[in-house]
Design a binder for this molecule. Structure first.
Ligand SMILES: Cc1ncc(C[n+]2csc(CCOP(=O)(O)OP(=O)(O)O)c2C)c(N)n1
Length: 739
């Protein structure tokens, strides 16, 4: 394979080196350095392997066998960061972390060959690749405590902070953690990434926690090559952005292994002993362009490119070894050639490995579901609850019938009693008990370690959940209003929902995200408190969307979500209709039709609600009204009036918006031959689109109609009624179908 400029330069520069006098391999590479010649030699090997993997990536791409060429060339100084850490320190890595990965792999007792194969299998999308199994090229491995990252720059920082938080919180709660008590988190990223909102969330959350005296053992590592694709980072900006109260700043030349190693040691020591954050700023270069397809000369001068070449970290380490008398240039180049040949040979072998061959195989790690297991665990939870809640004052089943908000509150309390590792957190959830009182009293009863307020940043809320989930805690974050999920939705779409997929289930991140949702609030109007759009959730593969509407369903559905999260790593979103939180009546004032008694643990098995199962009201044979959320109450009221007119209707509460309860839907549709979908979400992208498609796909021959809210944002006051689905519209549409 032909050599490019970087390789040619390396070879010529090594040839020109002068061998220094022989020295003791245990001696420092230079006076005062912690890095010994021996260690330098070992790290050079991993830096070299990483460089050769980049060369192999180019070759593979040329052969049409490689599918990823963002390399690590110029960033090989990150081998020093791995060397300064322990192999059980959780790591969330930048995509230029080849040398880190190979160094850690060796540190963990694996043969260098294994690390090399892992990466090559990633490049060639082999189904045998150990982490993503051919789904993506990521750096990750469960035995190396490396949590794989998506390619969205900086999206891993909120999770990294969540992991650091969880190391400390697991210890405080006395629950088992996959990380050692004294572990620290390392999280690396590029210089352009420092500007991203999710990076800022990470830095700010770490600083905020430290400011309040909380422990936050995280090492941020910025690998600063001065450019993000083609956009230069202003000189000095990374340091300016990095320096924050509570975050100790360290800087080193990432091209000089000795400086990088010594400084990384000090930074790691700081984080480990003080349990507080540090920012390690490694200056690096970017060699071989941003990625394989990148023509750097279009936006960088030859002078700039030459300056980067001159700082080649592999060459700088080679020089330390040659001038330290450990090896001659000839020998170093001889070994270089041997290693190059070897890596290219293994690369070729890797192309013969099987690749993913079917949709089933690809999708297998997406939200594995075992409904029987979840159902079976219901009595276990009940047994635990019975034991754990004896201390409580009034048991909820002894209370008078509850509202939806009260029933969720009691179910959360029971769940906290059952799961000692469950935490509830979000904006205002603790002392205030949430804007609508749903979490009221929980902090008092279960303490501030388990029920706590976060600062005002939805990305941080979900980041804590991501870190806690991957640390085997059971997070139940709250997003204060549905509209505000959108500020942070990539933390669900790009991070939470994909991790099982990209790690073949090795790193599940269970969570149940509670969200105060939908419209029809009286007294607190406007769009953002009355958002009715969930399209951005509905298409996320594997995501479970629960939408309880009644107090007799919500606790059971919450328990199902928690059990699915706990046992199968499910990422669940629990949409709570704000307007029904405190509703008491159904048909007429004082009838208490929207209240329900709380089921005691002895009835949890029989009241279990599997994911994707609807609830049917009535046994009408003329029309099925398919609905959910606020639509259930409106449809029940409309159905009663239609019944009085002699029509026979049934109402089907979908309860789960993903996966949709298709079987129940089809059964109900066939029973009546006529279906009206009453959908409070928008006409476009709303739930009814999915319901109609399911009916069509299944070949339903009957009549179908839908009524929805308008494709509008929601205005203040009574004007909202002009764009929201109404009871009258449901009734009229039903009458039209029936006549
Ligand atoms: C959120 C997001 N926006 C845009 C991109 C496309 N993108 C990939 S790498 C990159 C530049 C990142 O630069 P930097 O953080 O400096 O890292 P470097 O590649 O230089 O190591 C961009 C814009 C992305 N991956 N994620």
């Amino acid at each position: 394979m032909a050599r490019d400029t970087v390789e040619t330069h390396f070879i010529q520069a090594v040839e020109a080196l002068q061998t220094g006098p022989a020295r003791d391999p245990g001696a420092p590479v230079r006076e005062g350095a912690a890095l010994t010649l021996e260690r330098c030699r070992a790290l050079y090997q991993r830096q070299l392997d990483s460089r050769l993997l980049d060369i192999a990536a180019r070759w593979l791409r040329g052969e049409g066998e490689g599918f990823y060429t963002i390399g690590s060339a110029g960033h090989e100084g990150n081998a020093a960061v791995a060397a300064a850490l322990r192999p059980d320190d959780p790591a969330l890595l930048h995509y230029r972390s080849g040398a880190f990965y190979l160094t850690r792999s060796e540190q963990a007792g694996r043969l260098p060959e294994q690390g090399i194969r892992d990466v090559l299998m990633g490049l060639t999308a082999s189904a045998e690749e150990p982490i993503a199994g051919g789904r993506h090229k990521v750096f990750g491995h469960p035995e190396l405590a490396i949590i794989p990252q998506t390619s969205t720059i900086a999206s891993h920082l909120p999770r990294a902070v969540g992991v650091a938080f969880s190391i400390e919180r697991s210890r405080a709660l006395g629950v088992r953690s996959p990380w050692p008590d004294d572990a620290i988190v390392v999280c690396s990223f590029g210089d352009a990434s420092v500007n991203h909102a999710s990076a800022l969330t990470g830095f700010n959350t770490a600083a905020y926690a430290t400011y309040q005296g909380q422990r936050m053992p995280i090492l941020f590592v910025c690998e600063d090559n001065g450019i993000g694709i083609s956009v230069k980072t202003p000189r000095g900006w990374v340091e300016t952005a990095a320096r924050r109260p509570g975050i100790e700043y360290f800087a080193a030349d990432g091209c000089d292994l000795a400086d990088a190693y010594d400084t990384a040691l000090r930074a790691v020591e700081h984080v480990r002993t003080h349990r507080s954050p540090a920012f390690l700023h490694l200056s690096t270069v970017r060699l071989m362009g941003h990625a394989g397809s990148d023509v750097e000369s279009a936006y960088r001068t030859q002078r700039e490119l030459r300056a980067d070449l001159a700082r080649d970290p592999l060459l700088r380490t080679a020089r330390l070894l040659v001038e330290g008398g450990l090896i001659t240039p000839d020998e170093l180049l001889r070994r270089y050639e041997l290693a190059r040949e070897h890596v290219l040979r293994v690369a070729k072998e890797t192309t013969r490995l099987p690749r993913l061959g079917s949709a089933e195989e690809i999708m297998e790690p997406i939200a594995p579901r075992d409904p029987d297991l979840v159902a079976k665990l219901s009595p276990v939870a009940a047994e635990n609850a019975t034991r754990e809640r004896t201390f409580a004052g009034t048991l909820p089943e002894s209370e008078k019938p509850l509202t939806l908000a009260q029933s969720i509150n009691r179910a959360l309390a029971d769940a906290l009693a059952v799961h000692p590792d469950m935490m509830i957190f979000g904006e205002d959830v603790a002392k205030k008990g949430g804007v609508y009182g749903v979490t009221r009293g929980l902090q008092k009863r279960f303490g501030p370690a388990r029920v706590f307020d976060t600062h005002l940043d939805e990305q941080a809320v979900l980041g804590l959940a991501l870190g806690a989930g991957v640390s085997k805690l059971l997070p139940v974050p709250e997003i204060q209003y549905l509209a505000y999920l959108h500020n942070a939705i990539d933390q669900l779409r790009g991070e939470a929902a994909t991790l099982s997929f990209f790690s073949q289930g090795a790193f599940p991140n269970p969570m149940v995200v509670r969200i105060a949702s939908y419209a029809y609030q009286k007294g607190f109007g406007g769009h953002f408190h009355n958002d009715n759009a969930i399209a951005a959730l509905r298409d996320i593969p594997g995501l479970v969307i629960a939408s309880p509407s009644r107090p007799d369903d919500a606790p059971a559905m919450l328990r199902t979500c928690l059990t699915a999260a706990r046992t199968q790593g499910s990422v669940c979103v629990f949409l709570e209709p704000i307007a029904l939180y405190h509703t008491k009546d159904l048909f007429e004032e004082g009838d208490g039709g929207w209240l329900a008694p709380y089921a005691p643990p002895s009835r949890w098995a029989e009241t279990h609600v599997p994911i994707g199962s609807a609830r049917s009201y009535g046994d009408g044979r003329d029309l099925t009204i398919v609905t959910f959320g606020n639509g259930v109450r409106m449809s029940l009221r409309a159905a009663v009036r239609l019944t009085q007119e002699g029509y026979s209707c049934r109402v089907l509460d979908l309860r789960w918006l993903a996966p949709l309860p298709v079987e129940d839907l089809l059964r109900a549709a066939e029973l009546t031959g006529k279906v009206l979908i009453a959908d409070e979400t928008r006409h476009s992208g709303g739930v009814s689109e999915g319901v109609m498609a399911e009916l069509l796909d299944a070949g339903f021959q009957g009549q179908v109609a839908r009524v929805t809210s308008a494709d509008s944002f929601i205005p203040l006051g009574a004007a909202a009624d002009h764009v929201l689905l109404s009871e009258e519209e449901i009734e009229q549409a039903a009458r039209k179908l029936l006549s």
